[in-house]
Write a protein that binds this ligand. Sequence first.
Ligand code: ADP
Length: 310
Amino acid sequence: RVVVVGSVNLDLVVNTPSLPRPGETVLGHGFDTVPGGKGANQAVAAARAGGACAFVGAVGQDGFAAQLRDNLATAGVDVTRLRSVPGPSGVALIAVDTSAENFIVVAPGANGGLTRLDEADKALVAAADVLLLQLETPLTAVTEAAEAARAGGTTVILNAAPARSLPAELLALVDVLVVNQGEAATIVGRDDEPEALLTALLDLVPRVVLTLGARGAAYADRAGLRLTVAAPRVDAVDTTASGDSFTGAFAVAWAERGATPGTAVAGVAAPEAVVAALRWACAAGAACARRPGASTAIPTRDEIDELSAT
Ligand code: ADP
């Protein structure tokens, strides 16, 4: 089982011919409200990818809350530990241009109230195979979740998004770090080639997955395994949630095939299992990029299997 502790937002999405510069107004077209948030998206991605998945998070007490809760439940995510807190739900303002580039502004709302885990949350985390974390909720609860995972022998996968530097006490609890190039550069404090970023990140965590957009993903671990997997070629129309689709599918694959439970920093993941997990995750990211929208574009297990077989 995968447990996600993280954010849940309503994405307010417009399409635009070009992204506005500061102070500029552009005339867009189309408007949609789509459930999102990196935590919820990755939980939906894990559930659609066929994994048993539970979500720990918070929605507000407003008109958006029911839509957000229903979306997770409909995808098959266990929402027993989704709390309802006073105030607004989290929202994200998203603009997508004709070349599928996007910008995103998040107003955390209820997500900002997820500062602590209670005992039931910790028990859920400790009993899971994989804990999947992001950085859209307060670091106090993210770190508490990672501690509960470590204590219970649950593998901790941290998707360090959105980009920020990370405290040493959280990094010390991470089994697998999943980052894109921008996030990697923020953590190591400089931009560099993927190979150099991987090397620098291995000083901080035992295993790193570096996503490379249309080029796929690279992996490195302290046991000396290093490899790159190409993404399937697709006509990308909207890469919103591609990273979330990748990460959710990767967590399921890691739980099913590659997991090295416990604190075994030196634990060796079989190369074939790593390649299989990355291929499958790349197919999930690519499948998501083929469709417009965020969580609505997250692929099912059948779609991932089909694309990864090509
Ligand atoms: P993020 O969206 O978090 O910045 P990436 O852009 O690296 O992360 O995308 C995550 C994953 O989604 C990639 O590793 C890849 O598998 C897939 N992906 C993203 N964009 C494309 C694309 N244009 N074509 C195929 N796959 C893509």
